[in-house]
Each structure stands twice: as C-alpha cells, then as structure tokens.
Design a protein around this ligand. Sequence first.
Ligand code: SF4
Length: 75
Amino acid sequence: MTAMTWTVRVDPQLCLASGMCAGAAPDVFALDTEHARVLPEAIEPDERILDVADACPAQAITVHDGNAVIGPRRD
Ligand code: SF4
C-alpha cells in the first residue's frame, strides 16, 4: 500500500540561505553554506511545511502533490 505523499523542493538559485526553513522544520530542511536543501525524498502531507513555504522570504520552496504545486499558497 502506498500512502499519499508530498515532495518538497528548494530552488538553489532563489534561496537566500536565511535558515528560516531549517529552523522551523529541521526534519525536512537543512541549511548548507550556500542554500537550504530538502532532506526526505517525500513527506506525509503536513500543513506545517506549507506554512514554511509561504514564509520563505525568497519563495524558493515549492511543495508538490503529484504534478500539482500546492505551496507556497498565493492567496
Ligand atoms: S527559508 Fe527560503 S531562503 Fe531561507 S534558507 Fe529556506 S529556502 Fe532558503
């Protein structure tokens, strides 16, 4: 059985290395010298990660549910 999962990406060209994401969700994000990276290949659906994507100052984080981009939320 497969559970529904989301995938999370950080665009290294956009990331400003603020560290906010890694501070808010260290299970999902790690901050390297230049930019953040995503640790798990997939996550369980998690509102918290949508909040982090919304709050990224560079809008570098995207959250994907299959082919749909569900975060950051635009409105
Ligand atoms: S919050 Fe955004 S800009 Fe800051 S480290 Fe994470 S991905 Fe990069």
